[in-house]
Design a protein around this ligand. Structure first.
Ligand code: SAM
Length: 337
């Protein structure tokens, strides 16, 4: 590990979220994953040590993503342990194929908010996109989740092929309006997934977030800008005035992959224990696998201070180039391992 200067000053990372990618996924979505890498992921004990260092630095929130967190061995225990060592809020991004079975356990263990991926409501499109016939399980998870968690959002990767399902999805959210916690829908603009052929994939399937707004306005009339506390700063939320449904657009492409700058609160850990204070760039990061607790703590402090002190100038230069996604999500081997 790079030798870092000892940091004696007190570190206050309370504004940050530790974003953890688990290594495996049970789906093979068109836009996300094309191969499985032979990696040696960090085990749950080492991951807990990393989380513990973040707690020592004041971090209170963890986001589980991946890969698919719910297929991680002993995942419920991992969530429970994470709460026991001092993390106060845990958010889960999931494909929803398993969630319905363990949602209650996860809630009891410490998960507060859930994002569920739902790219289509059409059974055969679901099979085409994900490679699995599991739409009914995702819908079941959604139904269970809205009755349990503090907030549930649907993540839909926007593509030409699902644009005409926009109203159907808004109607689904309308159906849940009466529940304790309404369902929020986020439309995420398609980006390159970092695999061979991704440019061709994006060029053939990309659709701008504006298209969703146009369709929704045509059907429901005016929207008002709104906010969701603690959310991705690059997601823009709107409330449909006539029915109260909230939708968000993550306009990756339309804003040229702009960096969130000071508004970005992410520190990111990948499946092989690489950590960075930028959600995409590796050059700010360090490999923690096999390091001592003291070394992990030193890196954590260093990353937090460096992120806090980073000037606005550097953000203007940063663009989220997406070729690193396979590294962040699945631990694809690179020179940094
Ligand atoms: N398996 C979990 C899930 O489904 O949420 C967590 C990991 S998944 C990579 C996180 C989110 O990234 C999902 O909503 C997924 O649809 C989105 N995503 C993956 N590849 C993408 C791409 N090429 N463009 C836009 N969004 C993408």
């Amino acid at each position: 590990m790079t030798n870092l200067k000892n940091i004696d000053q007190k570190v206050n990372g309370s504004e940050y979220v530790l974003r953890i990618s688990t290594p495996y996924c049970n789906l093979k979505c068109d836009y996300c994953r094309k191969e499985i890498f032979d990696i040696k992921s960090i085990d749950n004990n080492e991951l807990i040590d990393i989380i513990r260092t973040s707690v020592e630095c004041g971090i209170k929130k963890v986001r589980w993503t991946g890969g698919e967190p719910t297929i991680t061995p002993n995942y419920v225990d991992l969530v429970k342990k994470t709460r026991e060592i001092g993390i106060e809020k845990q958010m889960l991004s999931t494909n929803g194929t398993i969630l319905y079975r363990i949602a209650e356990e996860l809630k009891d263990a410490g998960i507060n908010r859930v994002n569920i991926s739902l790219d289509t409501l059409n059974k055969s499109n679901f099979l085409k996109i994900t490679g699995k016939n599991m739409l009914h399980k995702v819908l079941q998870s959604l139904d269970v989740a809205v009755n349990l968690f503090e907030l549930v959002k649907i993540n839909r990767v926007l593509e030409k092929s699902n644009l005409d399902e926009t109203i159907q999805l808004i109607e689904l959210a309308e159906k849940y309006q009466t529940k304790k916690m309404p369902l929020v829908i986020r439309f995420i603009e398609l980006v390159k997934g970092g695999f061979e052929g991704d440019i061709k994939y994006v060029n053939g399937n990309y659709c701008a977030g504006e298209e969703v707004i146009r369709i929704v306005k045509d059907k429901y009339g005016n929207l008002s800008e709104t906010k969701i506390e603690g959310d991705n700063p690059m997601c823009y939320y709107y409330k449909i005035n006539s029915n109260g449904v909230v939708l968000g657009i993550v306009p990756n492409f339309s804003v040229n992959f702009q960096c969130g700058g000071k508004k970005c609160k992410k520190l990111r850990v990948n499946p092989v224990g690489f950590i960075s204070n930028c959600s995409i760039y590796q050059e700010f990061g360090h490999n923690l696998k096999g390091t001592t607790y003291k070394e992990k703590l030193e890196v954590m402090k260093h990353l937090i201070i460096e992120k806090q002190e980073r000037g606005e100038e550097i953000f203007k230069r940063l663009k989220h180039h997406q070729s690193d996604y396979q590294f962040w999500r699945f631990g694809k081997p690179t020179g940094n391992e």
